[in-house]
Write a protein that binds this ligand. Sequence first.
Ligand code: THU
Length: 132
Amino acid sequence: MSKHSAIELLEAAAEARKNAHSKYSKFSVGSALLTEDGSVFLGCNVENASYGLTICAERVALTSAVAAGHKSFQAIAIVADELAAPCGACRQVLAEFCRDDFPVHVASAKDTASFETHFMEQLLPERFHFNP
Ligand code: THU
């Protein structure tokens, strides 16, 4: 995985998790997204008093990267209070930009070294495509 290892990406996600605005759920999530050219974009969950407006850590990282001009990605790391795979909405949003073999590293903040890796194809099989 180029010069960024899964562990380095998970450590970056763990740092980003510290910025989570998770006062309602008290469940903090951080993410680190590695672009094709080796940049890293961070995200954390940003909750809202109107609960449905909450944005997940993964989508914060992805939309920041896209806003900075990146559309090709190598991997994402996600660190939460407990080991957690991305929610369904984030899977579809990631799938917009990420290939079937895109790795999604997940870990608990308690032990980022014990991580699991899932792949996009397994997280969202038969996903929706729209090719106008
Ligand atoms: N959350 C994420 O940030 N990413 C996920 O993939 C799952 C859930 C956040 C949303 C909410 O702030 C909190 O975790 C509890 O659902």
